[in-house]
Design a protein around this ligand. Sequence first.
Ligand code: RP5
Length: 164
Amino acid sequence: MTTQAKPLVGIIMGSQSDWDTMKNAAETLDKLGVAYETKIISAHRTPDRLVAYAQSAKAKGLQVIIAGAGGAAHLPGMTAAMSPLPVLGVPVESKALKGMDSLLSIVQMPGGVPVGTLAIGRAGAINAGLLAASILALHDTTIAKNLDAWRANQTASVAEEPQD
Ligand code: RP5
C-alpha cells in the first residue's frame, strides 16, 4: 500500500521502539485499503524533521496524521500545532509509567490546538487507523465500503456464547 498509491495518511512515531505499537495502525489501514506512509520523527531528537514534516504534510497530499509517542509524548501536539490536518494521537505504553505519562501528555492539549487522543497501546493504534479511515470515508466511497465490510465482519466474528 505504501508504494502503490499516494499516501493519504501519515503514520509518524517518536522512535523505532514505537513501531511494535504503531504497526497496528498500519495493519488496520492495510485491511481497509488506505494508502499510508510511515516515518520516525522525534519531537525531541529530530525537531527539524518534525517541523519540515508537519509544515509540508497537507501540501503533499496527506489528509490525516496518526502520531504515536511515549513518555514525554510531545509529537502529536507539536504536529497539530504546525499542521491544519486532523491529528490522531496514540499514547505508546512506557516502561516506567505504563503509558499514563504518554496519555496525559497527548490528551491535555490547550484549547485551540486539538489532538484526537486514542487509548494507550495496541487498541489505540488500531482505533486510530479506523478513525482515520472513517474520516477519509466521508469523501471516498471505496474506503467507506471497505470500512462497512470490516465492521460487519467484526460483528459476525463475535460468538454468542463463550467456549472453554
Ligand atoms: C519517545 O520516547 C518515543 O516516542 C518512545 O516512545 C520513547 C522512548 O524512545 P526510545 O528511547 O525507545 O527511542 O520519544
